[in-house]
Each structure stands twice: as structure tokens, then as C-alpha cells.
Design a protein around this ligand. Structure first.
Ligand code: UD1
Length: 421
């Protein structure tokens, strides 16, 4: 069993380069299925979710050639199946994009119902509503979701919930549909814009991505033969920003889009950290104890739920009483149980957690309950006194490229260790 061993109380110093966005990558890879040809994707993060998605594509008949660790050429000329490997897709949340992409390409799709994850219920009713509005028949049974259509016709779809996944999935299903699809109350996250930019580069006609009304004018085909570079990861950048603050460090974060980080930067400034944004990089530093704050997670451009556990570590150490209200996921406070083992004083109930700031955290054995919880525990370990051991690393490896290497370059004392079973 692998674990991360961190010896803490190290102020982070130096520079870190941000990788391509995980959440954009796991949408763009299935989006390539809409191209009856070849395309090249660059700046992919080297993480297990990306590798897994490329393997799923191979199962469907794609030819996948890695040119470097971050660049892949995908040839989807000979897609042989619209049935995704059901067991794999059941375990992998972002496999829901295969439904929209295969429905768009083949007019049919079968995918294992993207299942559990540790954040609570993750319904896909809005995805299904969108496919049905476009004319597909969708059946959910025996752990699988099957969608079929003779023809997909553009229409106006009013989303009941602001959903990243449903917005992208409806975009995927409508790119090759007849006529125009309008998505009202669309999500606006940076990776939605990135997926739209990718599809437009390949010949799609999508307007309004990044606003709450997206218009997709169906085209006959996507041309391919183009190269696209994935947007930098806003959540990875935010993770390092909050690590700099928690450790009372001073770091430069390179290859990020500072506009995407304004909300996090504002919160860091509010609690006493310092930010200097300059083009595609940010300096973040903190030289005193941070203050309390109240936070409510919201869809973009609000405070991202995917940075909630990381700022939770900062608030655990901030002076005073802070409150976090998690409005997106019902079970996103599991990390607080782990932080309590390190001396944090947090009471979490339902979607609210109260943080009574403590002077110090202390190293302890803890377990990553999900991807962002894992990142939060690394930050806690770096800020804490003594030695922290983090188990259950598979969650962290799904979404962060070379995370211990990047933190080590910033001066953290962090090692991946193989432990005897
Ligand atoms: C995406 C991100 C995830 C992030 C989340 C919110 C990817 C691969 N994952 O997840 O990291 O935490 O956005 O920013 O990009 N909902 C419904 N019905 C639906 C769909 C969603 O009720 O059909 C609800 C969810 O339960 C949740 C909210 O809408 O409360 C937002 O979910 P959504 O934006 O869809 O999250 P994901 O796309 O799954």
C-alpha cells in the first residue's frame, strides 16, 4: 500500500507550473468521438483519469497514440461500437460524456450508469432531460443507460439545475444535430468554454459558452485534422494558492488563467493573504495568521466546491470562527473527520461546517476520502507540526499530476512510500 509521508511546518517557496485541466480533459477526450477523423490534443494532464478515458476510447475502436506524456493523437475514423465497457464506465463518473458523444456520433449509446463517488448523490436527470428533448429515447435499467435516436433535432432546453456535466453533455449531443439547440441556465465553468472552443476548432458552431445561454447550431460534420491545447487547471492552481497561504509561504504559480481564479484570490485577500496577478502567473504569499471568513460554494464564477476542502484547511488555522456552506455536494465534509485527527476544531452537519480556528495542526495518519479531500490533507500535512501519513492515494492520483514532485520543488518534505501490507 502506498502512502504519502509529509514532515510539516514548511513555508512553501519557489515556482510551480500548472498542468492542463482535468475536468476539461475528461470532456474533450470523449468529445473527439464526434470527429470522423484525426485530431491532436496537447497539454493533457498526466493523470489516471485521462489514461483510463483513452483506454475506453480504444475499446470503442479509436486509435490512440501518445506523442509525449501530455500530447495524444486520436483517430476516430473506425469507431466500431457505441457500447462502452460497462463495468469501467460504472466506476468512472465522467464517463457520462460518452452518452452525449456517442449519441451525437452514432445516434445510439450504451454506458454503465456513472456511479458513486464520495460526494453524495450525483443524479444525471438533467443530462437525460436534454437528450430526450433532442429526440432520443433514453432507458435506464440494470445499471446501464441506453440512448437511441433516429434523428436528433435542435430545441430549447431549460435546465432545472446549473450543471456542468449536463451542459457539456447536451453540447456534445447537439453539435451534429439538425437545427439549433439552445441551452438556457447553462453552467459557465472555464472548462465548458474550453470544450466549446475545442469543438469549434474542429468545425462546430457553438456560441455563448461561458454565459448562461449557449446556442449550438448543428453542423453536418466535424473536420478534425487540427490540434488543440487544453486550458490550465483552475482547481490545481487554486490548490497551490491555498497551500501557499496555509504554509505561510511565498510562491509563483505559472501557466494559469488569473481571471479564472479571481474568486479564490478575493477570499485569500479577505483573510489576510497577498496576491499579485500578472499575465499568466500569480504570486501568492502570506506572512501572518489568517483571519476567519464565511464561504458558500456556488457554480462559477462563485467559490468552487472543488476548492472547499483546501480552504477548509486554511480556515482551520485562521483566527476566529468561520462557516462554510456547501451548496453543491451533500457529502463534501468527510475531510473534516480527518482534519479533526490532526487537531482541527470543526463541527460539520449537513451542508454546513463551523471552523473554530486552532493555533496549530499536528501530524497524524489520515485517509483521502476523495480527490479534493486528498489535496486538502496534503496542504494540512505541509502546514502541520510533525509527520502526517496520507493513505488511499488513488483518489489523489486520479486528478493531480506529479503532486508530490510539484510540492517537493516548492520545498515541502513529502515522499511517496510503499508500505508492507
Ligand atoms: C463537475 C466536476 C466536479 C465539480 C462539479 C461542480 C467534472 C468531471 N466534474 O461535476 O469536479 O465538483 O462539476 O462544480 O467536471 N445535478 C442534478 N442533476 C443532474 C446533474 C447535476 O441535480 O442531472 C446536481 C448535482 O447533484 C449537484 C449540482 O447539480 O448538486 C452540480 O452538479 P454538476 O455541475 O452536474 O457536477 P458534475 O458535472 O457531476
Amino acid at each position: 500500500m502506498e502512502k504519502l509521508v509529509i514532515t510539516g511546518k514548511t513555508p512553501l517557496k519557489g515556482e510551480v507550473i500548472i498542468s492542463g485541466a482535468k475536468n476539461a480533459a475528461v470532456a474533450i477526450i470523449p468529445a473527439t468521438l464526434l470527429i470522423n477523423g484525426v485530431c491532436t490534443i496537447d497539454n493533457l494532464p498526466n493523470i489516471s483519469d485521462v489514461k483510463l478515458y483513452c483506454d475506453i476510447l480504444k475499446d470503442l475502436g479509436s486509435k490512440v497514440d501518445w506523442i509525449t506524456d501530455h500530447k495524444v493523437v486520436i483517430d476516430n475514423t473506425n469507431i466500431t461500437s457505441s457500447v462502452a465497457p460497462l463495468e469501467v464506465t460504472r466506476k468512472f463518473r465522467a464517463s457520462y460524456y460518452l452518452i452525449g458523444a456517442l449519441l451525437g456520433r452514432c445516434k445510439e449509446a450504451q454506458v454503465g450508469i456513472p456511479g458513486g463517488c464520495n460526494l453524495g448523490a450525483r443524479p444525471i436527470d438533467q443530462h437525460i432531460k436534454g437528450f430526450e428533448a433532442l429526440g432520443a429515447e433514453v432507458e435506464v435499467s440494470q445499471g446501464n443507460i441506453t440512448a437511441k435516436a433516429n434523428v436528433l433535432n435542435g430545441t430549447t432546453i431549460y435546465m432545472d439545475v446549473v450543471s456542468v456535466g449536463a451542459t457539456i453533455n447536451i453540447m456534445l449531443a447537439s453539435v451534429l444535430a439538425e437545427g439549433t439547440t439552445v441551452i438556457e441556465s447553462a453552467a459557465k465553468e472555464p472548462h465548458i468554454v474550453d470544450v466549446a472552443n475545442f469543438l469549434n476548432t474542429m468545425g462546430a458552431d457553438i456560441r455563448g459558452a461561458g454565459t448562461d445561454v449557449i446556442k449550438v447550431k448543428g453542423v453536418k460534420e466535424l473536420k478534425g485534422n487540427a490540434e488543440y491545447s487544453v486550458v490550465p487547471d483552475q482547481i490545481e492552481a487554486g490548490t497551490f494558492m491555498l497551500a501557499a497561504v496555509a504554509s505561510k509561504g511565498d510562491i509563483i504559480i505559472k501557466n494559469c488563467i488569473t481571471k479564472h481564479l479571481e474568486c479564490v484570490a478575493a477570499k485569500i485577500t479577505e483573510i489576510g493573504g497577498k496576491i499579485d496577478a500578472n499575465g499568466d502567473h500569480l504570486r501568492v504569499w502570506c506572512d501572518k495568521r489568517t483571519k476567519k471568513a464565511n464561504i458558500k460554494t456556488l457554480p462559477y464564477p462563485g467559490f468552487p466546491t472543488d476548492l472547499q476542502p483546501q480552504i477548509g484547511v486554511v480556515l482551520s488555522l485562521s483566527k476566529g470562527t468561520s462557516i462554510i456552506n456547501e451548496s453543491i455536494w451533500e457529502s463534501r465534509f468527510q475531510y473534516t473527520d480527518e482534519l479533526r485527527k490532526m487537531g482541527a476544531n470543526i463541527t460539520a452537519q449537513g451542508k454546513t461546517a463551523v471552523f473554530e480556528g486552532v493555533d496549530e495542526l499536528y501530524g497524524a495518519p489520515v485517509s483521502a476520502t476523495d480527490l479534493r479531500a486528498g489535496a486538502a490533507l496534503i496542504i494540512a500535512g505541509i502546514a502541520a507540526n510533525g509527520t502526517t501519513e496520507i493513505y488511499n492515494l488513488k483518489h489523489i492520483d486520479r486528478g493531480y499530476e506529479n503532486i508530490e514532485e510539484k510540492f517537493r520543488k516548492l520545498g515541502a518534505k513529502i515522499e511517496r512510500v510503499q508500505e508492507e501490507e
